[in-house]
Design a protein around this ligand. Structure first.
Ligand code: UD1
Length: 415
């Protein structure tokens, strides 16, 4: 298993370019199932999760061609509308195949994702929504078996779910009649998905609001779509630069999707200047720990919680960090403590008392964003930090050690 070795204490300088968004790429790859014509995606990030999704599509009979950051999908035929346990267990987002498969083939068999390190993460809303649209669904031997023709309906989500909204949105494009999704997620990745589906001939209004209306069409056609920049990757580098006390430019960002993160960075004492798709972030003065409370978009993203905790750990003052989306997303705390952080956790709330210095240690990554948090902490810690199990990092950050080296960090991958 690969490890990351970081020699901390160097302020970051230079430039970094942001890749396409993982959380937009995964549903967009599944959108390829909705049409018999080719769908070409550009700016596809080279990540393990994307490779897993490509394998999932390929084993269904989809022709997948990769060339650089371009992925061409040909789903003229879908031989096996099936997402097996072996692939779903490694990536929960495989559930995104359910809606498109059912809408296109009239049947689907998708493994239940099962447990997940950061919490229970059930898929009941996906199932309830498709059932409301007329699907017959039973759960058997750990699989969701779904069949039937979908009909538009009004569905109100019990809670805000990102992939739940995406699954029903995709399914509704080919349903008979109009579907209205209420209490829908408003994440920018949903807007990106709707943009691509619209280019494929879907009729969608309201994406980016909590009420999305979809008028079903008999079939969709091929299209080409460029995936939006990854706002979490962007936020991660911004925090790393600010925490290190450096000054650097993050290029190719989607600034409009980052309001809550940029506000918190300024509160932490960083200066942020925006020029088109470039963000110049610098921090010379004191670093202040800022309190954050995660919430669905446009609130503060749960996927940035761990990175802000790393920042608060080495800052002045005390920060209260509250996780409201996932019930077990504080696993990075015990690793931060190994680096010298002073953090107390009660339920979903962490009290982070900033310390004057962190010191390098051997730590273990427990999930994707926890890994990013440890990288940031390692960059500001004195001495050497070795992070184990960075396969978590490779699921969601493209060539992170190369990008960090471009920012003059001393980071190496140990194979
Ligand atoms: C997506 C993102 C993930 C991010 C999360 C929250 C992708 C591929 N992943 O995950 O990076 O951290 O949004 O912004 O886009 N829930 C239910 N029943 C359901 C669905 C969800 O109870 O049917 C609960 C979950 O347990 C969780 C909350 O709703 O507590 C939000 O989960 P959800 O938005 O669905 O997360 P994902 O879409 O899996």
């Amino acid at each position: 298993m690969d490890k990351l070795r970081i020699e901390g204490g160097t302020p970051l300088h230079g430039e970094v370019r942001i890749s396409g968004a993982k959380n937009a790429a995964l549903p967009l790859l599944c959108a390829g199932l909705l049409t018999a014509e080719p769908l070409t995606l550009r700016n596809v990030p080279r990540l393990n999760d994307v490779a897993t999704m490509r394998s999932l599509l390929a084993q269904m009979g989809v022709v997948v061609e990769v060339s650089g950051d371009r992925v061409a999908l040909g789903a003229a035929r879908i031989d096996w509308p099936l997402a097996p346990y072996e692939l779903v267990k490694t990536m929960r987002a495989s559930i995104l195949a359910l809606g498109p498969l059912l809408a296109r083939c009239g049947e689907a068999r998708v493994s239940l994702p099962g447990g997940c390190a950061i919490g229970l993460r059930p898929v009941d809303q996906h199932v309830k929504g498709l059932t409301a649209m007329g699907a017959e669904i039973d759960l058997e031997h750990g699989y969701i078996n779904a069949k039937g023709r979908l009909t538009g309906t009004k569905f109100v989500f019990d809670m805000v779910t990102v992939t739940g909204t995406e699954n029903l949105l995709m399914a509704a494009t080919l349903a008979r009649g109009t579907t209205v999704l209420e209490n829908a997620a408003r994440e920018p990745e949903i807007v990106d998905l709707a943009r691509c589906l619209t280019a494929m001939g879907a009729r969608i209004t309201g994406a980016g609001t909590d009420r999305i209306s979809i008028e079903g069409v008999p079939e969709l056609h091929g299209a080409a779509h460029s995936i939006m920049p990854d706002r979490i990757e962007t936020g991660t580098y911004l925090v790393a630069i600010a925490a290190s006390g450096g000054k650097a430019t993050v290029r190719g960002a989607d600034v409009t999707s980052l309001d809550s993160v940029l506000t918190k960075l300024a509160e932490a004492g960083a200066t942020v200047a925006i020029d088109g798709d470039a963000i110049v972030v610098a921090r010379q003065g004191a670093l202040r720990g800022v309190s954050v409370r995660t919430a669905p978009h446009p609130g503060f993203p749960t996927d940035m919680q761990a990175q802000f905790m790393a920042l608060a750990a080495r800052a002045e003052g005390t920060a209260v960090i509250t996780e409201t989306i996932f019930e077990n997303r504080m696993m990075h705390v015990q690793e931060l403590v190994r680096l010298g952080a002073d953090i107390e956790v009660e339920g979903g709330t962490a009290l982070v008392r900033g310390v004057a210095k962190l010191t390098g240690a051997h730590v273990m990554a427990t999930d994707l964003r926890a890994s990013a948090c440890l990288v940031i902490a390692g960059l500001v810690a004195e001495g050497e930090t070795v992070i184990d199990r960075i396969y978590h990092l490779d699921r969601g950050y493209e060539r992170m050690e190369e990008k960090l080296s471009g920012l003059s960090a001393r980071v190496t991958r140990v194979r």
